[in-house]
Write a protein that binds this ligand. Structure first.
Ligand code: 5AD
Ligand code: SF4
Length: 516
């Protein structure tokens, strides 16, 4: 059904007098409810306006009990930031009285929290929307929503409008706190509700959260990205860089420690830019880590780093160890200075190697992992080989590897995507072979050693075996009593595989790792 047919069918009602601008085509006349479509162009503009902090999130009385007798289901795609946003949305649903369910058949509201980073991530979402259509036809009262990064793209919103009339709500990454209003609109009007703010500089504290488990927790330290690497859609979908105030982060981590959480993952698209936007204080990631390391929680990690902003003070603080773990995820993307230049990464191969040298000198036990893109426009065989040689030279122990995927609206999408898919695939295979070999080699070095493992639960493959991660994020499987789940234990490694270790349980670690 196209939009004209939808209009005729009564799903969308015409609205006159609206001045909303919609990019490709003006759909606003069809709506009388919320209609704020996205614009990547607007999202690109970075204003000087002050960041506003809101401490007063609360659910309007009008919406109390909205979820009584109703269930919600959220499917999450993409990065840990999205996973954490899902925890916030689950918190909002729960505050509204909804109950969670893990099957779509049972749900009264289904949300797809989407990822826009590569085309195949987007295709999965469109496929899922197709699968959900029969459910919507069977149960017209079911609400289906699309949120996350894809909803920030006007091409996606237009495609949903044209082709996926099973969708009731589209809302953006800056509109999560508006979920109660969006649901309310969707129930009241039964027309497609679209609310995507393209420019948002605010930080909202005190959002409710239902965390996934009680052992490890995600904590946002900043939002957005101003780096504008030429291939990346994130600066457009997540807005400008804005940091949470240190006291809010410290308080959240203290609270999690008091609740018994054992590991914190600090989150940001580019955590090394933390604090750059503060006008009143000089306080950066190194300062934050220095404050957090005094909190009584055994493990603190952060992701994701940008090599460009990785400063000496941060290295100095990380070298103090304690609960600051000696595993750093440091995306390099390419080993060729020429490719790095057209990616606008703002460092060269030499700078990157220099940084690695500094980190290794300060933290000799450090484990480094990375992200790599192959087949970027114009990448020659020699330039790709530079990536392989850099990988070896650094001694990375793991990498997330990707074939370049042009994203509409990014500068790289205007370059000719001139590397044939067979070549891209062949490069990816060669890179993955190296990645596997180097992981297996790193794993072998653990044979016979004792490692500290934070026990997360049963192994996925065998319920009689427990599984957890070491400080360097290596998966360890071993047999032990179930009451050690949630604790840090010593395990002696008996066998090293490419991506995991098998071991024998020794005992619970008593030591208090916190530095004062
Ligand atoms: N194509 C392929 N990979 C990409 N990434 C980001 N944008 C793209 C793209 N357009 C990768 C980068 C980044 C990781 C999260 O995803 O390696 O670090
Ligand atoms: Fe994307 Fe680059 Fe920002 Fe990472 S630093 S989110 S790759 S623009």
């Amino acid at each position: 059904m196209n939009e004209e047919q939808r209009l005729q069918s009564g799903k969308l009602k015409p609205l006159t007098g609206s001045t909303q601008e919609t990019g490709e085509k003006d759909y606003s006349k069809y709506f009388e409810t919320v209609y704020t479509p996205p614009s990547l162009k607007e999202a690109k503009k970075r204003g000087k306006e002050e960041i506003k902090y809101h401490d007063d999130f609360k659910i309007d009385e009008r919406f109390a009990g909205m979820g009584k007798g109703r269930k919600f289901y959220i499917r999450t795609y993409g990065c840990q930031m999205n996973e954490h946003d899902t925890e916030v949305m689950a918190g909002i649903f729960t505050s509204l009285g909804y109950e969670p369910t893990n099957t779509v058949q049972d749900a009264d509201v289904i949300l797809l929290n989407t990822c826009a980073i590569r085309e195949n991530a987007e295709n999965k979402v469109f496929g899922e929307l197709g699968h959900l259509k029969p459910l919507k036809l069977e149960r017209p009262d079911l609400l289906i929503g699309v949120c996350g990064c894809m909803s920030q793209e006007e091409s996606v919103v237009n495609k949903i409008l044209k082709t996926y009339d099973q969708v009731d709500m589209i809302f953006g990454t800056h509109n999560i706190h508006r979920l109660p209003n969006i649901l309310h609109e969707a129930y009241m009007s039964k027309e497609m509700v679209i609310e995507v703010w393209s420019k948002e500089g605010d930080i909202i504290e005190n959002l409710p959260k239902v965390r996934h488990g009680n052992i490890k927790a995600w904590v946002n330290i900043m939002y957005g990205c101003d780096k504008f690497c030429t291939y990346c859609i994130v600066p457009y979908t997540r807005g400008k860089e804005r940091s949470r105030r240190p006291q809010d982060i410290i308080q959240e981590v203290r609270h999690l420690a008091a609740q018994g959480y054992k590991e914190i993952m600090l989150l940001g698209q580019n955590v090394n830019a933390y604090g750059k936007d503060f006008e009143d204080i000089d306080y950066r990631l190194g300062d934050l880590m220095d404050d957090l390391r005094t909190i009584d929680i055994p493990r603190i990690r952060f992701t994701t780093s940008h090599p460009r902003d990785f400063d000496d003070h941060l290295i100095e603080v990380l070298a103090k160890g304690g609960n600051l773990l000696d595993h750093i995820h440091l995306p390099v993307q390419s080993g060729s200075s020429d490719i790095l230049k057209i990616m606008a990464r703002k460092y060269s191969r030499e700078h990157f190697l220099e940084l690695v040298k500094k980190i290794k000198a300060a933290i000799p036990t450090v484990t480094l992992t990375t992200d790599i893109i192959v087949g970027f426009p114009n990448e020659t065989e020699e330039q790709f080989e530079e990536t392989l040689s850099l990988y070896k030279e650094v001694g990375f122990e793991m990498a997330y590897t990707y074939i370049y995927s042009p994203r509409e609206g990014t500068p790289a999408a205007k370059m000719v995507d001139n590397i044939p898919m067979e070549v891209k695939k062949e490069r990816l295979q060669r890179l993955n072979k190296l990645v596997n070999e180097m992981s297996a080699e790193a794993m072998k070095s653990y044979a016979g050693k004792v490692v500290k493992v934070l026990v997360e639960g049963e192994s996925k493959k065998n319920p009689d075996v427990l599984a957890g991660y070491t400080e360097k994020n290596k998966l360890v499987n071993f047999k032990a009593p179930r009451d050690v789940i949630g604790q840090i234990v010593n395990v002696k490694i008996t066998e090293a595989k490419t991506w995991s270790l098998d071991g024998e349980f020794i005992g619970v670690v008593e030591e208090d790792k916190v530095m004062s």
